[in-house]
Design a protein around this ligand. Structure first.
Ligand SMILES: [Zn+2]
Length: 238
């Protein structure tokens, strides 16, 4: 029983760490101001795997996790204090940007010159293929949400990653829509987890959480149809 409790605590801490970083790597951010969503892992800052306290954990991309844990010459590696500092900088950045669920997703509707150039470099079949990939990622995300009546942080991370390049491939209407899908996904994650955790001991606003959860699920159930028409124009291309 003790180990079961410990495991549950570990999982909760893990979710807290992932939610805190929202899949952004502290080293990518600290070194390159790169705040894009990464495939990554949770690292122990003091290199002690037994110390799974929240303060000792940080989300790092796979490459940086490898570098950080490698035992080669300390001078070349990152100091724990340095990693903590980057983590704090990332915290501050994400807090400032918290109005958008997708802080690294450029909002500018008119594609900038670099975006236009990037699109121009792609031949039409390439653009078509890649738009289809974005559309499929959207469908997979929504269908999984409806099947499970919730989403996981992994689902959210995969969706954000797969649709990250959508802005220069599809018009502003589709990218705004995808941003909306993502933030509904975050609400679905939040409300369904609270309902699960508080079934026996509901907090004060429990009933509004239950309502929001029903609303968000309803929104998802309509979004296959709506999403298809939002994408129709963008994907129909010779
Ligand atoms: Zn990184």
């Amino acid at each position: 029983m003790a180990s079961k409790t410990r495991r549950a605590t570990g999982r909760k801490t893990e979710i807290d760490v992932l939610a805190r970083s929202r899949h952004r790597c502290a080293l990518c951010f600290g070194l390159h101001q790169d705040s894009s969503v990464k495939q990554g892992q949770i690292a122990h800052i003091d290199h002690n795997p037994a110390n799974s306290a929240y303060a000792n954990l940080v989300f790092l991309c796979l490459a940086h996790h490898d570098t950080y844990d490698s035992t080669t010459s300390l001078s070349k590696n990152f100091a724990p204090g340095e990693v903590r500092r980057y983590r704090t900088e990332l915290d501050i950045y994400l807090k400032k940007e918290k109005t958008t669920a997708w802080p690294d997703f450029p909002r500018a509707p008119g594609a900038g010159p670099s975006d236009a150039a990037a699109t121009a470099k792609l031949s039409s079949p390439d653009v078509y293929d890649r738009r289809i990939v974005v559309y499929r990622a959207f469908r997979l995300f929504v269908l999984a949400a409806l099947r499970k009546a919730t989403v996981s942080l992994e689902d959210l991370g995969r969706f954000a990653e797969a649709t990250d390049e959508a802005l220069f491939l599809v018009g502003p209407e589709v990218s705004e829509y995808l941003r909306g899908v993502y933030s509904k996904g975050v609400r679905l994650y939040y409300t369904s987890n609270r309902i699960r955790d508080e079934r026996l001991e509901p907090r004060e606003d429990y009933s509004s959480v239950v309502h929001e959860n029903a609303d968000v699920l309803n929104w998802f159930s309509q979004s296959i149809e709506i999403g298809r028409s939002v994408f129709a124009e963008a994907v129909r291309l010779g």
